[in-house]
Write a protein that binds this ligand. Structure first.
Ligand code: 5GP
Ligand code: MN
Length: 352
């Protein structure tokens, strides 16, 4: 792994980043593009958006994900070409061995790729990082990290615009990037959504992204089990008004009884934020197979769930959206959380 050649943190796609991208891609025909474990709309959207763009520039890109992704993203243009490391480990290993360049998108630490981490940590290849999460690790020859960006998909759109202008933007690229931006911004409502984001969205629609169809494909395609599971999460919600906090949980039994499939709980944590006065929301989800509790954290205002997840749940993310894990049982995880919640009383009461 070559490290620390250039670390860029910039609000715009400036000339030096662009020329570094061009130089690296000029020297590399075979490119592997990797998203994070449990890939979401932004991971898939940014990776496939870059995939189609590089393809058009004459490269031979391969997209790799550490594990499977939800059904509601399995219509995205090019999704059938993604190599899933869990299912095709030999093929992925061969790809990583023969590639010239490894682009990591929508994550900034090699611990975020699950069982792929060891292969990446031991790789001597040149890495590129494109990401919008906080505190990037130092593993890439080119780190393009911009925490002001709504999504990694928006960053890929800026890269395309700066590199070739919108003329090279195809409907396949636009559809993937639109999906990534839409899912990471909560349909354009989170604070990181800017005028610049909307200008990108306009270009994506002009290039053929069908916004209404994309919205339907992602959000209006739920199974009865999914809505029943949401019902349980809402019914089990606990509210702590003195901490402006609400949390809920789903046990493995809840998941099994509602025929849980990957991605079914996406967005559940956000419902608690609809409550009056609630600034901090969590969901604890049991994963018996991995023997962990996966925790999703959300906030409104300046209470940082990134800090909270880093301090207590071995995780991270953004100020208002983060994730983490707890090694142990569900009740234990919640008790652990309730024990230190009072330490945040002042912060939560003062948060705006
Ligand atoms: P979610 O709750 O939807 O899984 O994740 C919310 C945000 O936190 C996403 O931006 C995601 O990348 C980040 N995130 C989720 N889980 C983890 C984790 O275990 N570690 C870190 N560092 N970030 C996470
Ligand atoms: Mn993202």
């Amino acid at each position: 792994m070559q490290t620390n050649q250039e670390i860029v943190s910039s609000q715009d796609m400036d000339i030096s980043i662009l020329s570094h991208f061009k130089r690296l891609f000029h020297e590399s025909k075979k490119v592997v593009i990797i998203g994070h474990k449990n890939p979401d709309g932004d991971a898939i959207g940014s990776c496939l958006g870059l995939f189609w763009f590089l393809h058009k520039l004459g490269h031979k890109p391969t997209v790799v994900m550490p594990n499977d992704f939800p059904e509601f993203l399995k219509w995205m243009p090019g999704n059938d070409q993604i190599l899933n490391f869990d299912h095709h480990s030999t093929q992925v290993e061969a790809c990583l061995e023969h590639t010239d360049l490894i682009c990591t998108l929508d994550f900034n630490d090699l611990s975020r790729v699950g069982s792929l981490s060891a292969l990446l940590l031991n790789s001597q290849k040149t890495f590129v990082m494109i990401d919008h999460h906080q505190q990037p690790a130092d593993y890439a020859a080119l780190t393009w990290s911009d925490t002001t960006m709504s999504s990694t998909s928006e960053m890929v759109a800026h890269l395309i615009e700066a590199w070739t202008g919108w003329s090279e933007l195809s409907a396949a690229m636009a559809t993937n990037l639109y999906t990534g931006i839409m899912t990471d911004t909560g349909s354009f409502k989170f604070p990181a959504t800017t005028a610049k984001t909307h200008r990108v969205i306009a270009a994506l629609i002009e290039a053929g992204a069908q916004h209404s169809k994309i919205h339907q494909a992602v959000y209006d395609n739920q199974s009865p089990g999914q809505l029943k599971l949401l019902g349980r999460a809402l019914a089990q919600m606990e509210i702590k008004p003195e901490y402006h906090t609400a949390y809920t949980y789903l046990s493995q039994k809840d998941l099994d009884e509602c025929h849980f499939k990957k991605g079914d709980t996406e967005g559940f944590v956000n419902y608690a934020l609809q409550l009056q006065g609630i600034r901090f929301a969590l969901i604890f989800i049991e994963n018996q197979q991995e023997q962990i509790i996966k925790i999703s954290l959300r906030s409104v205002g300046d209470f940082s769930v990134n800090e909270f997840a880093r301090n207590h749940f071995n995780g991270g993310g953004h100020i208002n959206a983060a994730g983490g894990r707890f090694d142990g049982g569900l009740t234990e995880a919640i008790d652990y959380f309730l024990k230190f919640l009072p330490e945040y009383k002042n912060q939560l009461n003062e948060a705006e």
